[in-house]
Design a protein around this ligand. Sequence first.
Ligand code: C5P
Length: 297
Amino acid sequence: MNQNPHRRRVTRYAYAKINLYLDILSKREDGFHDLLTVMHSLAMHDVVTVEVFACPMTEISLRVYGAHLPTDQKNLAYRAAEAFLQRINKTARVHLNIRKNLPIAAGLAGGSSDAAATLRALNELFRYPLDESAMLALGATLGSDVPYCMVGGTQICRGRGEKMQPLACREPLYAVVAMGGRERVSTPRAFADTDEYYHDFDGSVPHGGNPESLYTALENGSLSAAADSLYNAFEPVILPFCPVASALKEKMLSLGAYAAHMSGSGPSVFGLFHSEQEARAAAAAIGYGAHATMSVL
Ligand code: C5P
């Protein structure tokens, strides 16, 4: 490392996201799908600590606490550190420490969020060699949700998810996030199954929800009155194969959620409640695997 980092260690929170709206618009030639999605950050988070030491070669190490996850290149945070050093053309010894609280492969962007926090921390440790657009472009090379996770808040996301437009969210949302049993969903598989379900997006299947009324409701702080505007196109494809997630969704509605949906390609489910108290009571009633949390505005 030619340039000494101004600090050796930075800790960042890696927040969960939920999709308040998620429509798949088309299947692209490059194998990805064009989306229209509204992503929203929740306070539940992993904790990512990045330490950097001068070293003539790049050496990356990763420790994960609280979950069994790969600690090599199979881990997106590891790949983020590698990609960052390559991009700025420097070598260093980087140690990543991740306290995992977010469920894995759940549609909450836990892995993407860890990678985003790693990139942000490294840019700070190296005194900001990359500007915002270079950082977001680097994030997009790692995964479709990484640019959003680098920015957070409430964003209308298009393309693979990397084209973002911030959306005002007047009131915090009170959510319960739950993931049941051992159900796991692979994202590529979920997209492949939706291709079949929606006839390769040939236009024959109507779009659901109402993004425009969702935007207005968020801006006005009146989401509970526009509960029908929320939507997730993956639900009819994925939920029939995830009985625990389906039951959690129904349970949340029966406990007073004004809306309950799967997040991303699932199988985690979130319910939105009128108050923090109601969310906490619902999480307690659901029990193991349910967390009451709220927006990071
Ligand atoms: O970008 P990411 O690594 O998260 O994507 C994983 C897989 O999900 C892709 O290889 C692709 O099959 C699918 N995908 C997609 N359209 C998107 C995002 C992901 O088809 N917008």
